[in-house]
Design a protein around this ligand. Structure first.
Ligand SMILES: Cc1ncc(C[n+]2csc(CCOP(=O)(O)OP(=O)(O)O)c2C)c(N)n1
Ligand SMILES: CC(=O)[C@@H](O)[C@H](O)COP(=O)(O)O
Ligand SMILES: [Mg+2]
Length: 644
């Protein structure tokens, strides 16, 4: 039973508690989160680390009026629990349940809907600038991790904030971890500060001086500013932030509620940008997560039995596309010394970690810096190395200009591997990788591929590595359908599709992971006496023009099926090409993701709702055929995207 947590719904309840009850509340919050996440997976480690920090921020500010901006937002569970969302916490990340990230549609306490890292300081600074223009008095607080602060956009924002001197409190939550170990010079610098004993003493002295000052209000602020100047002269920790125009405080213990609240209360009225460096432990209070924060960063379900934690084996015996990529890259790299691997702080999620372990000299984890990752690949490939850049589809969006300017314009044959393409599921709209075909296919010289299964992923990776073209391969957060992986890597030409099944009644033209679903749909259709041809398109660019045009001439229906936005996706590419070739584009019906952001929930549920499962595809095929027979073409029926 959560005695204290039961009485807390909103920050006002927290403020009413006796100070001595607060550690117990922190402990209850941790147990509550662990219990929910054990059954209902989510971002565990980061949240366990920010319990006291979040409580302290809500204790010292009023975020109905003031604003709190979380970088990424995966660590906002405690914030959710304390801001009226406790009763819905058990359906976190579930379909129609609470979002796993801050969501402006969910609460007035969330100024932004977010999920990508690096943007929080910019957004918060924008709020502060707006307040000044409007004449609104309130505090703007941003919480950014030691991983997130190294992101290019964070550094751009610090650069701006330190220059224009608007009021802004940047809380740097330093837990020495991103998802994996935090990398980079900024991280090394933070480590230097953490291990400098002198600074803790100076901070204590500063607090002592503040306490004996008999002044209040404005004079107090002035004196504080003066003291800050004094500290600056003697102290070098945080110097980099000082030199960038911030008042730096810390490092302080992020698990000591008293130190946190006293420090925040001391500095919250200071003018200009302030950076408070807080040290926390990822996974704190739950031993398995504390011992292995990476595994529990975004954990699967786990069991608590006899005090022993077993991670639940999910989908036993199944292999993910990620694993196939990871193993194939290591295999190919053994005989190809020119391969270099790049990840942007996602070595585990992308599977790049195995390459890094085997070939440390050819491996680069650049931190949460997707733009830099792609820029780095430019230089490497100019010297004839073969960069394989593995970035989730949604995060590659950050590096669009670099793909254009630093890769395509240079004609440098880099391989992009876009894991988590399509609907990702419980992470929701910020993480769905449903725009990559649209944002890449307009770039001259790029080749876009997507495998139908694990065997084909291996073959595609081999083709891409051996090729002189710039190639991007997309695949989903899914297990491969292969019963047995074909290790041979049978080659096929660039832009070559394959017919998997022949039928007279129309064509299912599928891209990537939709091929299997189309094969299942064709089976169902056959049971109803409808025979569909199924084509594995393999490429969104270049398209297999010859094959597709011959199918258009022969069939009355071409149903394109993709796990991507309809706008600008694979189906659009087919439609444009057929229209440009002056063939009957009216025969083409497109299935994919409509022009809205898809909500969170299990991937299969979201896809089913869109009709992007075997049943939905079969239904749409039949409905489209009926319409074709009745109308001859779909023009003006308004039912072109039947699954939408
Ligand atoms: C642009 C972008 N790249 C990558 C990610 C994936 N990602 C989410 S959290 C995270 C690590 C963040 O580390 P840190 O800022 O230190 O926060 P912590 O989890 O340690 O609290 C990463 C790499 C992301 N959300 N956004
Ligand atoms: C918050 C964030 O961006 C990552 O933690 C992401 O949720 C990981 O996704 P996967 O669990 O699919 O690797
Ligand atoms: Mg961190």
């Amino acid at each position: 039973m959560n005695n204290i947590l039961d009485s807390v719904e909103f920050p006002e309840d927290l403020k009413k508690l006796n100070p001595e009850d607060l550690p117990k509340l922190a402990s209850e919050i941790r147990s509550f989160i662990v219990d929910v996440i054990s059954k209902n997976p989510g971002h565990l480690s980061s949240n366990l680390g920010v319990v006291e920090l979040t409580m302290a921020l809500h204790y010292c500010f009023d975020f109905r009026k003031d604003r709190i901006v979380w970088d990424v937002g995966h660590q906002a569970y405690v914030h959710k629990i304390l801001t009226g969302r406790k009763t819905h916490f058990s359906i976190l990340r579930q379909y129609k349940g609470l979002s796993g990230f801050p969501d402006k549609n969910e609460s007035v306490y969330d100024p932004f809907t977010c999920g990508h890292s690096g943007d929080a300081i910019s957004s918060a600074l924008g709020l502060s600038c707006a307040d000044e223009i409007i004449g609104y008095k309130r505090s703007i607080v941003v919480v950014v991790g030691d991983g997130g602060i190294g992101a290019g956009m964070s550094l751009e924002a610090l650069n701006h904030a330190g220059d224009i001197k608007k009021n802004l409190l940047v809380v740097l939550n330093d837990n020495e971890m991103s998802i994996s170990n935090t990398v980079g010079a900024v991280s090394k610098y933070l480590n230097k500060i953490r291990t400098m004993p002198i600074y803790a003493d100076i901070r204590k002295e500063l607090r002592g001086l503040i306490k004996i000052l008999p002044v209040l209000g404005k004079p107090m602020e002035k004196t504080l500013e003066h003291l800050v100047e004094l500290v600056k002269i003697g102290a070098t920790p945080g110097r980099i932030f000082e030199d960038l125009g911030f008042n730096y405080f810390g490092p302080i213990d992020g698990h000591d509620f008293k130190v946190l609240t006293e420090t925040i209360n001391d500095i919250k009225h200071l003018n200009g940008p302030v950076l408070l460096h807080v040290i926390t432990e990822k996974g704190r209070g739950f031993e398995p997560a504390y011992q292995n924060p990476t595994q529990f960063h975004s954990s699967g379900k786990f069991k608590l039995s006899e005090g022993k934690i077993e991670k639940e084996v999910q989908d036993a015996g199944k292999i993910s596309y990620t694993k196939v990529f990871s193993d194939a890259l290591v295999e190919f790299s053994k005989t190809n010394p020119s391969i270099v691997g790049i990840t942007a702080a996602m070595p585990d999620g992308t599977g790049m970690i195995s390459f890094g372990e085997k070939f440390p000299d050819r491996y680069f984890d650049v931190g949460i810096c997707e733009q830099h990752a792609v820029g780095l690949a430019n230089g490497l490939s100019t010297e004839k190395l073969k960069p394989v850049v593995a970035i989730y589809s949604t995060f590659l969006q950050r590096a669009y200009d670099q793909v254009f300017h630093d890769i395509c314009l240079q004609k440098n044959p880099v391989v992009f591997v876009m894991d988590r393409s399509g609907v990702v599921g419980n992470d929701g709209p910020t993480h769905n990788g449903v725009f990559d075909i649209a944002y890449l296919r307009n770039l001259p010289g790029i080749v876009l591929m997507s495998p139908k299964d694990g065997s084909e992923l291996r073959a595609m990776l081999k083709i891409a590595i051996d090729s002189d073209e710039i190639i991007a391969i997309r695949y989903p957060k899914e297990n491969i359908p292969d019963e047995k992986i074909d290790l041979e890597c049978k080659p096929f030409g660039i832009g070559e599709a394959e017919i998997l099944r022949e039928g007279k009644d129309g064509v299912l033209l599928a891209y990537g992971c939709m091929v299997q679903r189309c094969l299942q749909a064709a089976e169902q259709l056959s049971g109803k006496g409808v025979e569909a041809t199924v084509v594995n398109a393999r490429y969104a660019k270049p398209l297999d023009k010859k094959l597709i045009l011959s199918l258009v001439r022969k069939h009355k229906l071409i149903l394109t099926v993709e796990d991507h936005a309809l706008a600008g996706g694979f189906g659009s590419a087919v439609l444009e090409m057929v229209s440009d070739e002056k063939e009957d584009a009216g025969k083409i019906v497109r299935m994919g993701i409509p022009d809205r952001f898809m909500e969170h929930g299990p991937r299969e549920v979201i896809l089913k709702n869109l009709g992007l499962d075997a049943d939905g595809i079969a239904d749409t095929f039949i409905a489209s055929l009926d319409l074709t027979e009745i109308k001859g073409s779909f023009a003006n029926t308004g039912k072109r995207h039947l699954a939408v």
